[in-house]
Design a protein. Sequence first.
Length: 317
Amino acid sequence: MILILIFEISYFFNRFHILMPENTLYQPPFTLSWLEKDRYLVTSSTLQYLDQIYIKNGYKKNSLYYDFANNLMLGNINSIYEKQSFNNKFGPQIKRYIYYYSLIEENFDKKEKSINFDNKSINLINLAGINYIFSVYPIKNSNFKLLTKRKFNDYQVFIYKNQASLGRIQFFDHYYLTQTFDDFEKLINRDKLDFVILQKEKDWSLDKSDKVKAKYEILNNKDDFLKIKTKTNKNTFLVLADTYYPGWQAYLNGKKVEILRANLLFWAIYLPKGTHEIVFRYYPDSFEFGLKVTLITGFITILILFILMKLIKLKII
């Protein structure tokens, strides 16, 4: 039994454990030079290719697995270089994100080993502000422009620029309401996607006569804070293609405004025409509640200590 245990431990460390410096393991990938601060997506067929490598080789030292994962910035490697990945996330995930990503289907041609996205998938990719796509297979759709490809020993990497991406910050002058996932899927299948999909009705003042003309400038961008200056020729919705999450607050010219769920996964605010300064900040109610509890607890503790010291001085205790 002891010999079997020793064998199992040795096998595990040899095949599934990496013992080498981080800077040796993760050399800056060639894909890095093609990205600015834009968001990218790794095709699901590429992720499946990685699974095949894992089944075949495991996590061997200097294995193809790590080389492949590093070149495509998988396994949250992108966070080392502060690059945004849409589908490169590990651990617990929001249900809406899982559903949204599941709708981005790839029609994989086994014979030609190529990828073709349908109209719905392209719309979802554009709304998510995905500007680049990494793949081990060529993509047929014309709106994805091939920037470069590189051949490695056992695979090749294609980098595409999405020429129809709407970017992280988007403006729309009309909307549709949805209450179910089926409604969302029907709307997302349309050829022309010039509207935002909301879940809440309100008396919005919108004018569809003129085309939206909008300019924006990002003044400050942090993980928990975003400041934008905008200028529009009409009332619009400003959509931020970041995952909607409770705790975010929005301010228009210093006044708090409502954040709306937009396009199932993202968020938006109603934006009157003109020039405005918009601030998004993450300040959840739980933080404020915790801060109050901490202050009250601290005050009570100090008060008890003060009373105890007085009682000790008076030799009551």
